[in-house]
Design a protein. Structure first.
Length: 230
């Protein structure tokens, strides 16, 4: 027995060295690989939209540009519209920047969130015009329902709920209806912008004015005071 112990100790040492050199578990590597492929697919969709518009945005074209198998986009996203949602939601650092608005009154926080989102469109107008043209197109009903999805609706409804809880919105107000009114105004402004009737330099002011007008109609005197102070 003792004659085998040096060999066993050597094998044990080699195994320990291998684990030290490669500490990540297989599951972690798989998840990292999936995340990397997801990022490549989203970037490929962005590139195709920028270069060719919606006409070239097929799952096969996305897979080819991302250098993954044709099945991979379906496996990771499920559908083209889910990829489109991810393209629009791929706004890096939005959460970090929005977190800085925590000190603001609720209605100001809502206006700040809208301004942050529009800021991305201002910085890359050519790409976002193409994306919004796809979303707003008459043939893109499914894409619209994917973009204006329950997760997004919950985010904006919660901002309105925070304002209601603070006493800044009139009691008994239907917050879902108010959120839909804000969305309708926003979509109308985006349609004007996509059509070229609204210059990018005026987009921020137009969205802010529409939101502000709707919120003033729903605000209590205390809420109006916070809007006026901003």
């Amino acid at each position: 027995m003792s004659t085998h112990r040096p060999a066993e100790r050597a094998r044990s040492a080699a195994l320990s060295a291998t684990r030290a050199a490669d500490p990540a578990p297989a599951g972690g590597r798989r998840e990292s690989g999936k995340s990397e492929r997801r990022a490549r697919i989203v970037q490929a969709a962005r590139d195709l939209l920028r270069e060719h518009g919606a006409a070239e945005l097929s799952m096969r074209a996305i897979a080819a540009r991302a250098q993954v198998s044709p099945a991979t986009p379906y496996n990771l996203f499920g559908s083209k519209r889910a990829v489109l949602v991810s393209v629009l939601e791929d706004i890096r650092d939005f959460g970090k920047f929005f977190a800085g608005a925590a000190r603001l009154p609720p209605l100001q926080r809502l206006l700040h969130a809208a301004a942050l989102a529009v800021g991305y469109y201002e910085r890359d107008p050519d790409f976002y015009r193409v994306l919004w043209k796809t979303i707003l197109g008459s043939e893109a009903g499914e894409d619209r329902s994917a973009i204006f999805n329950p997760k997004r609706d919950a985010f904006w409804t919660q901002l309105l709920q925070d304002a209601a809880d603070a006493g800044h919105l009139r009691p008994g107000l239907d917050l879902t209806a108010l959120r839909r009114a804000l969305d309708a105004g926003f979509r109308g402004t985006m349609l004007e912008w996509v059509a070229g009737d609204l210059p990018t330099a005026q987009l921020q002011a137009a969205v802010g004015f529409g939101y502000g007008l709707a919120l003033r109609g729903a605000a209590t005197p205390a809420g109006l005071a916070t809007l006026d102070a901003g």
